[in-house]
Design a protein. Structure first.
Length: 175
């Protein structure tokens, strides 16, 4: 009786697990959104496009843009980065403001094509307000201490800690 109940529970559990796995793989088939930064972008700016984890790593591919106006946005070549597939590209200074459809297609190292994965890019009106930075950051010379006294205090703390450790070690050895 007990053995039959265990078998029945195992079979029901296996069927339930199979159903959950099948449902999970069907849900997992939906594509993640591609990442477009910045969005919106002004004409003359630069954007970065990432696969959002849709492509098998490592892959290469192409991002294309449709819609907008008479000035086409050039396609962007994408390649493996640290955890995603992506690339950067310019938005022409004369790009027509409006909404563009973005299509990202990947090709795996085995030659298998994935995608297209789609998104939307908005080109805002007006020129890019990006300013190229000049000079380095005002962070000092890399030293963490501003006065020589701080270094002496740190050394004193290390010596006091070492002395206390030796004192306690001798005390335990004699007990």
């Amino acid at each position: 009786m007990e053995t039959t109940r265990c078998r029945r529970t195992a079979v029901i559990g296996g069927v339930a697990l199979a159903a959950v796995c099948a449902a999970g793989s069907a849900v997992g088939a939906a594509a993640n959104p591609i990442i477009i930064q910045p969005n919106p972008v002004a004409p003359g700016g630069t954007i970065s496009v990432f696969d959002g984890g849709n492509c098998d790593f490592p892959s290469t591919g192409t991002v294309t843009f449709t819609g907008g106006g008479s000035v086409a946005i050039p396609s962007i070549r994408i390649s493996p980065l640290q955890n995603m597939i992506g690339g950067t590209g310019p938005i022409p200074a004369k790009a027509t403001p409006g909404t563009y459809q973005v299509s990202l297609t990947c090709t795996t190292s085995g030659g298998h094509t994935e995608g297209p994965f789609t998104g939307t890019l908005k080109v805002a009106s007006g020129a890019s307000s990006g300013v190229n930075p000049t000079g380095g950051a005002k962070t000092g010379d890399g030293a963490s201490l501003t006065t020589p006294g701080g270094l002496a205090e740190g050394i004193a703390l290390v010596l006091i800690g070492g002395g206390a450790w030796l004192f306690l070690r001798k005390r335990r050895a004699s007990a």
